[in-house]
Design a protein around this ligand. Structure first.
Ligand code: SAM
Ligand code: SF4
Length: 339
């Protein structure tokens, strides 16, 4: 095989999208994402930015066209702009898109630099527009700081997509105010179902879970929705609100299976490659990376990992009605592999 032949998994899915978690640390402690007292990785276990560069560049050489930087909170990693600048050299040279998912807390500082690096779009997580609720759900966050960050992103010419996790009894009543705010600001909006990542007790998970089918039903009572054919190879499905022209996404990994079109893998800040967000199998890329300055060994390890990409995840809340059971629970926190 050609050393640089693109990556294709055993189910004939081309792997063209890499998400890289550059740190497991964060300046927030969102209740659905992290425990209040998190044990973070010792800093010495982290790959250096140069090592992350080599790894991501190897993926680009193997046909990855989209790179999303995530975490933890990617913008709290020291000197992270160096990494963005380095990755921007691949844009138009194999890489179509360089992007990030952020909680927005540091965007006021970095939005312009990100735009200068060729970043065109950012996903910002925002679950509520109420300052008290925001403090409650993020434990450590402040809403005005995030809104300022989002405004800075817009001013820098970045397209903003707001990601909102639907949480039972928490923000269900904000569906329309979030929608209106996004429409007014010109942001896209995607709702996400809470996933069973990180051990915080089954009961708490079930308490948090709010099915997006209910939310969509409520939207349909007020608006006419047209489902869009657009697919990103991920779990999102989009609709157009005919009345306002707005595009809304729904990420429903639990109620719909999206695995057949999955085009992505996830790299952690320690060099582990997860072939599926909802499975524990992983490949260590740090050893092959450090084994040689030549990328041949690394590329072989990446190819071997891709042969292990599973057909799908096992998340399932389906039996919650008869006894409140969550299966497919992952012991890993979302911040480890990146959302
Ligand atoms: N810190 C950044 C942020 O919050 O956008 C990036 C990392 S965060 C882990 C990525 C996304 O995962 C966020 O939109 C967050 O809301 C989502 N997330 C975290 N834990 C989740 C869970 N258990 N279920 C569903 N989404 C989750
Ligand atoms: Fe941090 Fe993002 Fe997790 Fe919130 S969702 S704790 S901001 S990593």
């Amino acid at each position: 095989m050609d050393a640089l032949a693109p990556l294709v998994d055993p189910f004939h899915r081309p792997i063209s999208y890499l998400r890289v978690s550059v740190t497991d640390r964060c300046d927030f402690r969102c209740t659905y994402c992290m425990a209040e007292h998190m044990q973070f990785l010792p800093k010495r276990d982290l790959l250096t930015l140069e090592e992350l560069d080599r790894l991501c560049s190897a993926f680009v050489g193997l046909g990855v066209r989209k790179l999303r930087v995530t975490g933890g909170e990617p913008l709290v990693r020291r000197n992270i702009m160096e990494f963005f600048r380095a990755m921007s050299r691949h844009l138009g040279q194999g890489l179509d898109e360089l992007t990030l998912t952020t909680n927005g807390s540091q965007l006021a500082r970095f939005a312009q630099e990100l735009a200068d690096c060729g970043v065109k779009r950012v996903n910002v997580s925002l679950d509520t527009l109420d300052p008290d609720r925001f403090a409650q759900i993020t434990r450590w966050g402040r809403l005005p700081q995030v809104l300022e960050g989002i405004a800075a992103a817009k001013a820098a010419g970045l397209r903003v997509k707001i990601n909102t996790v639907a949480l039972k009894g928490f923000n269900e009543d904000e569906l329309f105010s979030l929608l209106d705010w996004c429409a007014g600001e010109g942001h896209d909006l995607t709702f996400i179902e809470v996933m069973p990542m990180g051990d915080m007790g089954e009961e708490q998970r079930l308490d948090q879970y709010s099915a997006l089918s209910d939310l969509r039903g409520r939207l349909q009572e007020r608006f006419t929705l047209t489902p869009l054919a657009e697919r990103t190879g991920g779990p999102a499905r989009y609709v157009r609100v005919n009345d306002t022209g707005q595009k809304i996404g729904f990420i429903t990994p639990l109620t719909h299976n999206f695995c057949e079109s999955c085009n992505r893998v996830r790299l952690t800040c320690t060099g582990e490659l997860f072939m599926c967000l909802g499975q524990e199998d992983r490949a260590d890329l740090r050893a092959p990376l450090r084994a040689s300055d030549d990328d041949g060994i690394l590329r072989d390890a990446i190819r071997e990992a891709i042969t292990r990409k599973p057909k799908g995840h096992d998340f399932d809340y389906s039996r919650r009605a008869d006894g409140g059971h969550v299966s497919g629970q992952m012991p890993r926190f979302m911040s480890h592999t990146g959302g």
